[in-house]
Ligand binder design. Structure first.
Ligand SMILES: Nc1ncnc2c1ncn2[C@@H]1O[C@H](COP(=O)(O)OP(=O)(O)OP(=O)(O)O)[C@@H](O)[C@H]1O
Ligand SMILES: [Mg+2]
Length: 369
């Protein structure tokens, strides 16, 4: 018997430093999909980029054991190392039988616009931002410029190329030292605080630049402020809405990789203990940034409040934020009155809406028409 359930493909894992976070997020998203509404298909990508489908894929990836996967469970090595060189077309055919895809992928090759490009070319309905939004959210340098252009306050930021560090260090230092210490050095494109350091003098700066340069071709250096960290969840397409604000209280000096995933002392305060005025300003900036970056579906947008001056700055945004039971993104919505199950359903509806918007775009133009 034909059923009317929506066929959804949940994609997880991937070639990213946040592979295991993705598996945790996917597990939670799947647990919130109502089986009365959705027929779920699991699609897992290994750390080396091999795509598998099948009901046991998530558990196998969690156990870091793809030997348990039946050889015929893999469908392709699309976007990855061609270890099992099966035609990418087979994967596409499998996916095309689905109504919508939910890439619960964080970081490179999943959250940065590359996967979104493939999905656009193949005309899929999928959850989350498209190519531009994803890529903008991922590149801290482009993001900073876009914020400046839209008059959304962001801390002083300088872009440095890796090649400039090796060829003209003196000029690089001169440009950076226009800003006063302490400084934050960040790879432009990595998440999860990898390669980030806080430096307080020139020798630490040089060390930090060399370290960060291992992780990316492009780095940013920013003025370090004494900050509170406020986060807000946004969802929607052309009319995005913002959740209440939450505050992260890092257990360490800054919200490092350790603090994020291994340190139990980091805490979230929801709603954040800030004034209504501060909350309104932050939520307004969040929606403005969402629009400016052409985001869709969902994003978590992170802000700083300078403890000394009370100035508000946007820090960054994540187009596929952590999505576990204890993650800020769903928790902020819960505190705003939207249950996890409804949230996931709304995100999927936004994916269908986006697809409809795309389908209505006129793609051909002839002078004589
Ligand atoms: N300019 C700054 N002033 C003060 N603290 C900062 C500054 N930039 C970053 N930090 C601290 O470092 C942490 C990590 O920086 P950031 O959020 O830019 O990168 P990320 O966390 O690696 O990116 P993602 O959230 O995508 O994983 C922040 O949460 C904050 O604690
Ligand atoms: Mg961050």
């Amino acid at each position: 018997m034909e059923n009317n359930k929506k066929k959804i493909g949940v994609i997880f894992g991937g070639r990213s430093g946040e592979h295991s976070v993705s598996l945790m997020s996917a597990k939670f998203v799947i647990s919130q999909l109502d089986p009365e509404i959705y027929e779920i298909s699991l699609i897992g990508i290994t750390r080396s980029g091999v795509w598998y489908s099948g009901s046991d894929v998530l558990e196998a990836l969690i156990k870091e054991d793809d030997r348990n996967l039946e050889p015929d469970a893999y469908i392709s090595s699309l976007l990855g190392n061609a270890k099992y060189d099966i035609k990418a077309g087979e994967l596409i055919e499998h996916l095309k039988g689905l109504d919508v895809l939910f890439p619960v992928l964080h970081g490179t090759f999943g959250e940065d616009g590359t996967l979104q490009g493939v999905l656009e070319i193949e005309d899929f309905a999928y959850v989350g931002s498209g190519v531009t939004g994803s890529a903008t959210g991922m590149d801290k340098a482009i993001f900073a410029d876009l914020m400046v252009a839209n008059r959304i306050p962001i801390v002083d930021t300088v872009l440095i190329l890796r090649s400039e560090i090796s060829e003209q260090m003196a000029n690089v230092i001169k440009a950076i030292e226009q800003i006063s210490y302490p400084l934050f050095i960040k790879p432009a494109n990595l998440g999860s605080s990898v390669g980030i350091s806080k430096v307080k003098d020139r020798s630490e700066l040089i060390e930090g630049l060399l370290d960060a340069a291992q992780y990316d071709r492009r780095l940013i250096v920013q003025k370090g402020h004494n900050v509170r960290e406020i986060e807000v969840s946004v969802m929607g397409n052309d009319k995005p809405i913002a959740s209440v604000c939450g505050e992260i209280l890092p257990g360490e000096e800054f919200y490092s990789y350790e603090a994020k995933y291994h340190d139990e002392t980091s805490q979230a305060v929801i709603p954040a203990d800030i004034t209504e005025e501060q909350s309104n300003i932050i939520r307004t900036y969040a929606v403005k940034a969402y629009r400016a970056c052409d985001l869709a579906g969902l994003a978590r947008i992170d802000f700083f409040i300078d403890k000394d001056s009370d100035e508000i700055y946007i820090n960054e945004l994540n187009t596929m934020p952590g999505f576990t039971k204890i993650s800020m993104y769903p928790q902020l919505w819960e505190a705003t009155g939207i249950k996890n199950q409804d949230l996931v359903e709304m995100l999927i509806e936004y994916a269908f809406e986006r697809k409809m918007q795309r389908d209505s775009i006129k793609r051909t133009f002839r002078r004589d028409e």
